[in-house]
Design a protein around this ligand. Sequence first.
Ligand code: AMP
Length: 303
Amino acid sequence: MTAPVLVRTRAELSEALSAARAAGDVIGFVPTMGALHDGHASLMRVARERVGRGPVVVSVFVNPLQFGAGEDLDRYPRTLEADLELCAREGVDVVFAPTVEEVYPGGEPEVRLEPGPKASLLEGRSRPGHFAGMLVVVAKLFGLVRPDVAVFGQKDYQQLVLVRRMVTDLCLGVEVVGAPTLREPDGLAMSSRNRYLDEEQRIEATVLHRALLAAQQEAQYGVAVALDAARAELRTAKTVDLDYLEVTTPDLDPLPVDSPAGTQARILVAARLGATRLIDNLPLTLGVGRAVAAATPAGGGER
Ligand code: AMP
């Protein structure tokens, strides 16, 4: 187990990757906010598979630009020592952990990105500005690391869709790979924010995955039945305050009412447990009854 090279500045990053670049090695990149867990580790493994002997770079950066007022920027967990150990176990070559000043010298950037209509749906409704801030830092990190392949988790599904779209629309020339969500044995999607949950909330949090599974099981009877099954499951958890529960196409577009059986869709959920906001999602395959309620509004704080 070799420790990764820890770099703090753009210059150090450039130096750490110069030999690989000169050799024409494939460079893999996993952007994170740290507080790493097995979900992040799985992305590093995907990156390793893709790059072979090329370097895997992990960034650890809590990006202030993507946190809104009243969100958890200040209390977001910062655990660099443990993060480095996890990266060492996964054979990561370079960990880029810059300061805010290193990423944003001269303060906030003047030039911003317009993330497009899909950034104001779902997470975007509850977190205005979040995706604009996220895309700016991803674009900057792509500019600094210049990866061939970047791995993102399906756990943050809307983020994955928007990053793909940015790379396509702006011709950034990075292959974006979406990796499956890693879960705790009881189904809860791994998240750096799970550590905020108290004992009771931790138990109740499993309802999100159960709700998505119920929807997956009922999707053969149509979107309305699937959503009802998920809502019924969510109602069993008293402390879970639903933010949204929606079914969309895999690209986050509205699902056409006349979608034929076999149509692929995505169900996405967000909920608060006390001060902690959790998200999750799963794919759905629609069955014959789907037309009945594809247009049923599913958000709006319904339980
Ligand atoms: P974060 O540190 O929360 O910004 O996440 C960094 C990357 O890890 C993002 O691409 C996330 O989608 C991904 N990720 C977070 N949790 C999981 C998980 N449970 N399984 C797989 N990927 C994850």
